[in-house]
Structures are given as C-alpha cells and as structure tokens.
Design a protein around this ligand. Structure first.
Ligand SMILES: [Zn+2]
Length: 362
C-alpha cells in the first residue's frame, strides 16, 4: 500500500514518534508515496488541542491521525473521540507522556468508539492500524426513482421498522444522533458530507427483507444513514429499499419513490446486510447495535463499519453458527449483529440479554 505523512503538528517530539512509525510502516512493505501520487492511507500528525483535518483526495483514502499528549486530561476517551471527529479520521492514536515516565503509553480510538489503552510500541500501533488501512469502504449509493410506492406509504416492512426502531430506544441501546455541527464548523461538515454523505452520527441500524415489491433479487428495507431510529418517518425519508449491489462499481442500488431527499443514503452497513440476506435465505430481519451479548462468537479484527472486509467477516462467523439465520455475532470492540426469521423473533431473543457497554479486547 502507498501512504504519505501529513505533518501539521508543531511538536518536534511527535515528529520523532512519527519517524519511528513511518519506518515501521515501510518495513511492513508499504511505500512512502511522492507528493503528487495517490495514496491508500495517510498518517496525519495533529495537535490534540487544535486537531486539523487532512483533505482527502478520494473517499477510499484512510486517515490515521497521531497525536501526543503531555498534560493529563480528565477524560482521555472523550478527548480522543473529539480529536478523532475534528480531524475526520478513520482512526486516532494518542501517545501519552503524562505521568513523567520514560516509557510512553498509547491509546487508539475508532469512530465505532473502540477505545484501547496499551504501551507505546510502533509494532503494536501498526498491528492495530492494519485492519483499517487494508480495508475497503462500500459507501456509494446509486439512487433510482423507480419505486412503485409513494413517499411515506405504509407497508408491513416499513411499519415494523418504525415500531422496532422505537423498541430499540426503550432498550436503551440507541444513542441519540450525534450532532456533528457541535464539533465541526461548516467547512468540515461540508467536507464530511461530500466524503461520506452523513449529516450526523447515529449508531445501530435495522433491516427487514422485502416481500412487498418485486425486484427480482436480494432486496430489503433498511434505515438511512445518520437518522434517529427511535423516530422513523417512512419511505423516501429515512427508510430505503436496497434492491442490490453492483460489485463492479461498488455501489449499493437503492430504489426510491418519485419524490425524495436527494441527499438520502442507506446506512453504511448496507453491504453487511446485503451479504447476509444473499447468503442465508431464511434470514428475514437483521439488527446491528453498539451493545454486546454474552457467549457469542466475535470477529478477531476491528474492521471499520461500512467495509467489505467487516461484512465478509460477519458472514464467515455466521457460517460457523448452527443456525446462521437466527443468531447473534460480535464485532470486536464495536457491537453485535443479530439475524432472525423476522424482527419480532430478534427482539424476543435480545430483550433482557443486552449489555449496553461493549467490552474492549486487545
Ligand atoms: Zn456499527
């Protein structure tokens, strides 16, 4: 893979750490690109108190930010999450030298709020960044206004998504949509919108296999990107029909009524749901949550949401389950994906069994 270093930090110490990390990345076979070459990932050196975003050349470019913390902060996880969002990074490493020790500590955080603390070692940092820099997003949608239903028309699948979105809220596993504008100025919000087409961060999603509309392939109704699942409105607003996936162009194919908000996009996990419905025909519904359940199989790597690698990993785990269409699997340091013959079955199985905090595993 090709990478570059974007150095906007004022810290000579951070430059020293960045030199070590660059050597480690190169020793693993990656190539430091020339300034005008396109890259697979960027090492973005930032200051924790004024994190700057690297302006990506393309959506697929992964940004790994690295910061240095000299003074202790009251809540390291929140400070790192704020720096991650403000620098629009896919992952952030913070090297900590706050206890006067000669041996620095480190932590990493992802947009899925996978947060781990460890001793600083270039080897360990490379090991944690590898799943991110080596994975591929499937975030693009191809929107077609070919849906035979009207905007807001109520069909059984849509009715159930509205009902069970509210149930998720009652179970306490639905963080309110995170208002990006509180963290980001207009320029950064616009940048983020152009890149990922998100207007807010809202974790979790639901989908139900489509039976009402004839599409001739694997199709399902799913919640849109960055919407409040506890207050879903309907078709064309925040519930979409996914009618397929174009592997060539890497686009999810979305069917919409004649009138719709052109900025609407399906949840970033649409590729995961698509592969599950296609692989396991008895699956009638899928729920993804940032919560946990005991005694589940879980992935060994922390791939980002919305990547084909995460989707394929989840399908691989489901294949190992005795009943793939009616089970739950874990996404390491991230959450769970639950399958069922229908959405009611899923909620009967998870109610009273969910842990609202995700255990962090090294
Ligand atoms: Zn997720």
């Amino acid at each position: 893979m090709k990478f570059k270093v974007n150095n906007v930090s004022r810290s000579p110490e951070l430059n020293r750490f960045a030199g070590e990390l660059t050597d480690k990345i190169r020793s693993n076979g990656n190539i430091l690109a020339g300034s005008d070459e396109s890259t697979d990932f960027v090492l973005n050196l930032i200051d924790m108190d004024s994190p700057k975003a690297y302006r990506r050349k393309r959506q697929e470019e992964m940004v790994i930010s690295v910061a240095l913390l000299r003074e202790p902060v009251p809540d390291l996880k929140s400070a790192c999450y704020a720096a991650l969002v403000k620098s629009i990074s896919n992952m952030l490493f913070c090297i900590t030298m706050t206890d006067g020790s000669a041996y620095p500590g480190a932590c990493s955080i992802t947009p899925e709020v996978g947060f781990i603390l460890f001793d600083y070692e270039p080897d360990t940092i490379y090991k944690y960044m590898y799943p991110v820099i080596s994975s591929h997003f499937v975030l693009r949608n191809r929107l077609s206004d070919d849906l035979s239903l009207r905007e807001n028309e109520i069909i059984p699948e849509v009715q159930d998504l509205i009902i069970f979105g509210k149930e998720l809220h009652k179970l306490g596993v639905l963080p309110a949509p995170f208002p990006l504008t509180e963290f980001l100025d207009k320029d950064l919000t616009d940048q983020l919108y152009r890149l990922y087409q998100i207007k807010g961060l809202s974790y979790g999603n639901l989908s139900i296999r489509n039976v009402t509309c004839k599409t001739g392939g694997t199709s399902y109704w799913m919640t849109a990107r960055g919407v409040d699942k506890s207050n879903l409105k309907g078709i064309g607003k925040d519930i979409l029909l996914v009618k397929g996936y174009d592997r060539e162009s890497g686009e999810m194919l979305v069917s919409l009524p004649a009138s719709y908000d052109p900025r609407i996009r399906v949840s970033v996990d649409a590729i995961e749901h698509y592969l599950i419905y296609r692989e396991f025909p008895e699956t009638g519904a899928i729920v993804h949550l940032h919560a946990w359940m005991d005694d589940i199989l879980y992935t060994t790597q922390s791939y980002p949401c919305g990547t084909s690698e995460l989707a394929e990993n989840v399908v691989g785990l489901l294949k190992k389950s005795p009943a793939p269409a009616s089970t739950q699997v874990g996404l390491k340091n991230h959450g769970i994906t639950i399958t069922g013959p229908d959405i009611r079955d899923i909620f009967q199985r998870i109610t009273g069994r969910l842990r609202t905090s995700v255990p962090m595993m090294i």
